[in-house]
Design a protein around this ligand. Sequence first.
Ligand code: SAM
Length: 232
Amino acid sequence: MANIAEGGIPSPNIWHHPGIYEMENRAVDPDGVIEPAMRAIRDWAGATVLDLGCGTGFHLPMFAATAARVIGVEPHGELAAAARRRTRELANVEIRQGTAQQVPVADASIDVMHARWAYFFGPGCEPGLAELDRVMRRGGTAFVIDNDGSRSTFGRWFSECYPMIKAPEVDRFWTRRGWQRTALDMGWRFERREDLEAVIRIEFKPADAERIIASHTGVEVDYAINLWSKVY
Ligand SMILES: C[S@@+](CC[C@H](N)C(=O)[O-])C[C@H]1O[C@@H](n2cnc3c(N)ncnc32)[C@H](O)[C@@H]1O
């Protein structure tokens, strides 16, 4: 039995294929659109940063380079262990096993929260939002990064294959709660076609994945995302 904190939501891509998910992370945003967009909203130099649902900790070194302190929280024990291994030489990084619904940090202790394709997908994430109300410092900023199913090649694949997730409903969910949307156009860029195909196969059901692979040539995909942010 895997060691998963109560409330952890199955994420088959990274839970079952961490190596392929690592390749996906390396292919995401090859022109570096996301980080400057976040920094323009709230830079994390000198800040205490929380990465909620940090997985294997791919993004932690980037935060640790300028933050005072970085806490990665991840419900899946083996992924948390991988995040610890990745950051063992970074003295300002700590990994805690836990969830967005019960964040293992003190009240009002976080300046910048980042959740990338993790737990905060709109309707259903209210318990995690209540926890953000508790853990965010006054004046702190929370970031949520998620797919924009209304635009781009990836967005079309996503909305066709997951029709239960409706982009306008997701938008309404966040804007009603006072979150700001920054629409970003980024992409995937792989070195090898077989890597792109492997990633598509962990992101979509088998029949959908094969249809997408047959319909798309090359090693790049244009991919729209929403960067949601809120000041506490
Ligand atoms: C698609 S992965 C993204 C991982 C990481 N943010 C990244 O960009 O590499 C989603 C992550 O959310 C984690 N997760 C699942 N349920 C969660 C919860 N209730 N609270 C916080 N994280 C959760 C999963 O274990 C997984 O590591």
